[in-house]
Design a protein around this ligand. Sequence first.
Ligand SMILES: NC(=O)c1ccc[n+]([C@@H]2O[C@H](COP(=O)([O-])OP(=O)(O)OC[C@H]3O[C@@H](n4cnc5c(N)ncnc54)[C@H](OP(=O)(O)O)[C@@H]3O)[C@@H](O)[C@H]2O)c1
Length: 322
Amino acid sequence: MSTPTTPRILVLGSTGLMGREVLRALNERGVTPRVLVRDPARLRITDVADVRVGDLRDQATLRAAMAGVDAVFHISPHEVDEVELTASVLQACEEAGARLVFAGIHITASNPVAAWAMRTLYGRLLPKYRGKIAIGRLVETSATRPVLLGVSNFMQNDEVLLDVIRAGQFVHPCHRGGLNRVDLRDLGEIAANVLLDPNVPAGPYPVVGPRSLTGPECAQVWSEELGVPVSYAGDDDAALEAALTAHLSGQRLADWLSSFRALRGFAVKTKTSEVDATARLLGRPPTDFTDFVHRIVVEHGLAPAAHAGADGIPTPVTGAHR
Ligand SMILES: NC(=O)c1ccc[n+]([C@@H]2O[C@H](COP(=O)([O-])OP(=O)(O)OC[C@H]3O[C@@H](n4cnc5c(N)ncnc54)[C@H](OP(=O)(O)O)[C@@H]3O)[C@@H](O)[C@H]2O)c1
């Protein structure tokens, strides 16, 4: 339950994949955070928040939303000016004396020289990630006592493409060496725990799932849960582009396309040390992909007995993503 000593929290990006899970987890802990949204209609009906309408590009609404806040959750949105947007958030946080809890891409290494070398290498290999790499560094060096949650590939990407999966294609590229995938509901719980506990030391923390999966493994799990054949089509670039174009637009589409294509080129292995660190922050082991898929199938009312009509043909999925 919320008490007078509960930190006052601002959740940015609260209508997005990560932010909505942070908002959910705070609500489950009896906390009503403040949110800054462009369009309140994009919040879920069940969300409980002190809603401020504004924009990260509008310094006045950003500063007003931060007034009196102890901790801020921030993701870097898919926007062309992502670096400038995060710089504004950091400046407002520093002025308000608020701690920043950031979730996204962050490169860590055993020492500063190795970290610099890795940032330079990744920037050369993945030029489209340069902004995201710069953002991690900006957050790390800010005067916000920052906590950086380095999140691996989202299991929730599949939920955005659920109708494509139901139609029999798993188009999300996963390297044959496996891709570590994390349930964002775990990220939400971790971020809520950190936002509510000012004693968590500043620094980078990994947020990962319990194992790395290949594309055929992901397709198989979806097939078993949905009761329909699903095959891996992650190497079919036309199918990927068609699926993403049907569900996303603008810079979000461009970022997803370039990141998904890049994922064909390398495995993301699961490190025991990172799973253990995630479990410590979570207070339990991270969610397995099979449990995530089962939950999504149940939440969308797609369990085989429930969704098949008399002719055995699944009924269409309702509920829109951008
Ligand atoms: N997908 C993956 O597997 C993966 C893995 C690791 C890291 N990441 C990183 O995660 C980040 C994206 O996080 P996400 O998927 O949670 O984002 P998302 O679902 O695209 O949501 C973005 C959020 O930011 C808000 N927003 C955007 N521009 C804004 C503005 N000018 N003012 C106020 N609010 C604004 C959006 O509000 P509206 O509702 O108004 O649009 C939305 O709430 C990216 O940096 C990506 O690189 C992704």
